[in-house]
Structures are given as C-alpha cells and as structure tokens.
Design a binder for this molecule. Structure first.
Ligand code: FES
Length: 127
C-alpha cells in the first residue's frame, strides 16, 4: 500500500497499481479527467512533489499529451497515466488547469477550487 497526499485535499491509501487519478477519485479530490483517463487530454495534469520514484515511468504517449498542457514543469505527470508501483508516500499538487477542468466537468462546483486563496492550498493536508 502507498499513501498519496493531494496538497490541500487530503490523502488516500491505495494498493499498488492504482493511478494517481484513481487515488484522487477515491477521496473526491478535484482532479479533472475530461477524456475519462485514456491519455487523450491533459486535464489530469499534476505536479509530483514527493515520491516520483514510486511511480511508473513516463511513456512517450504521456509525454506527447503533456506537451499540450499549461505550465508544464519537470515534476509534471498525467494522473491517469501515473501508476503507483512501490510502497511509500507520494505527494502531489493538482494543477490549476486540472482544477478548472474539474469545475467545468462538475458545474455545481464552479469556482469552488479555482477561487480558493493560495493559503488554503498551502495548509497541511489531512485525511
Ligand atoms: S484524463 Fe485525459 S489524459 Fe488523463
């Protein structure tokens, strides 16, 4: 089992083989997934802050999709393509792009996450 902590949104304990998107959905963290998790959009874009070595290696297909994402960094991954492969602790931050996509997919939450103050996201996570 591994712990996946979503900065500002809590943490999930997941078995190996779980994607970061599945971990987010387990705790209802607002990560977008416009294509349904088949590596065809970039709305599940995350920054891996800790534990990147516990995840599956980035494949060329993921790399190609990330090229279309906003504010891509060295720590960028697609949540639907990043599988937990080793036990340990992983910490990720959901990108603004992904939060906006989630709100678009769930209009009842529009503005709920993207209008949050930066300090809210900086607070320690809790389960
Ligand atoms: S949900 Fe579309 S690429 Fe991950």
């Amino acid at each position: 089992m591994a712990i996946v902590r979503f900065k500002g949104f809590g943490e999930a304990e997941v078995p190996l083989g779980t994607t970061l998107l599945e971990a987010a959905q387990k705790i209802h963290a607002p990560e977008g997934y416009a294509c349904g998790g088949v590596c065809a959009c970039s709305t599940c874009h995350l920054y891996v802050l800790k534990g990147a070595d516990l995840l599956s290696v980035q494949e060329e297909e993921e790399d190609d999709i990330l090229d279309k994402a906003f504010d891509v960094r060295a720590t960028s991954r697609l949540g639907c393509q990043s599988k937990v492969e080793k036990d340990g602790e992983i910490e990720v931050e959901i990108t603004r792009e992904s939060l906006e996509a989630f709100e678009n997919e769930h209009p009842e939450h529009r503005g709920k996450y993207t209008n949050r103050q930066h300090e809210d996201l900086a607070r320690p996570t809790s389960a």
